[in-house]
Design a protein around this ligand. Structure first.
Ligand code: SAM
Length: 236
């Protein structure tokens, strides 16, 4: 799968660029993969807070919903088909996978409120998302980084959750799902330590019955799935 034309390779982009040939596809940066390890930090590591205009980015005002690590976009597409009323953005940092998701959107012009953004979810939150503009967060089957020395790379950690608190609307749900028992246990400990995060459904079913691409695969393999729904309290 080739990347859309006009996309500079291996470059960190400070501004959000719309794709020239895939409507609904934006990119924040391309991640360098030359040595097989994905760099997790922006080359300069410096926060540059430039909040986007929801209206300019989505064609209509927020609040928005976000899927973090949307993969090929199976959930994103089905969920947007059910919800035409608010914009939804899928964040994906692997260029070829993000491209597959963006091509799904092109085939579905009836969901013009869906967007795919190529880039690191953490930097999109930290540098581009305005305060209190997100009405729901979806995070399904995030990369577990199973080796102990790689645990530091897990997105589900305090710095990311601080961004969730900043960007959430009061009472915004946070949907979480994974097949990885140990990552789930670590995440549950983190959730329980956050006074502003209220557990609403500790054993949730797929959100509105929609399974992600990975969930379909894992269920077929008979793997256990750990899902829960929480709520961001801003009244404390
Ligand atoms: C295991 S896959 C799950 C994909 C999808 N959610 C599903 O359930 O089918 C995790 C996805 O998250 C993406 N990802 C991991 N960390 C990310 C980050 N920091 N920012 C954006 N995408 C990320 C990966 O590239 C991968 O496509």
């Amino acid at each position: 799968m080739s990347l859309p034309a006009g996309l500079p390779s291996y470059e960190f982009l400070r501004s959000l660029q719309p794709s020239t040939d895939l409507p609904g596809y934006y990119h924040l940066r391309i991640r360098k993969q030359a040595d097989g390890r994905l760099p997790l930090l922006a080359p300069d590591g410096i926060p540059a807070f430039t909040p986007i205009s929801m209206e300019a980015f989505f064609g209509k005002p927020g609040p928005i919903e976000i899927e973090i690590g949307c993969g090929k976009g199976g959930f994103l597409v089905e969920y947007c088909e059910k919800h035409p009323d608010f914009p939804v953005v899928g964040l994906e940092w692997e260029p070829e996978i993000a491209c597959l998701a963006a091509r799904r959107l092109v085939k579905r012009p009836h969901i013009p409120h869906a967007r795919v953004l190529l880039g690191d979810a953490f930097y999109f939150f930290r540098d581009f998302l305005p305060e209190s503009g997100v009405r729901a967060f979806h995070m399904y089957f995030p990369d577990p980084w199973p080796k102990k020395r790689h645990h530091k790379n897990r997105l589900m950690a305090h710095p990311f959750m601080a961004q969730v608190l900043r960007t959430a609307l009061p009472d915004a749900p946070f949907y979480w799902g994974t097949d990885h028992q140990e990552y789930n246990a670590e995440a549950q400990e983190l959730f329980a330590s956050l006074p502003w995060l209220e557990m609403v459904e500790p054993n949730a079913e797929p959100t509105e019955g929609i399974m992600t691409n990975f969930e379909k695969k894992y269920r077929k393999q008979g793997k256990p799935i750990y899902r829960c729904v929480m709520r961001v309290r801003k009244d404390l």
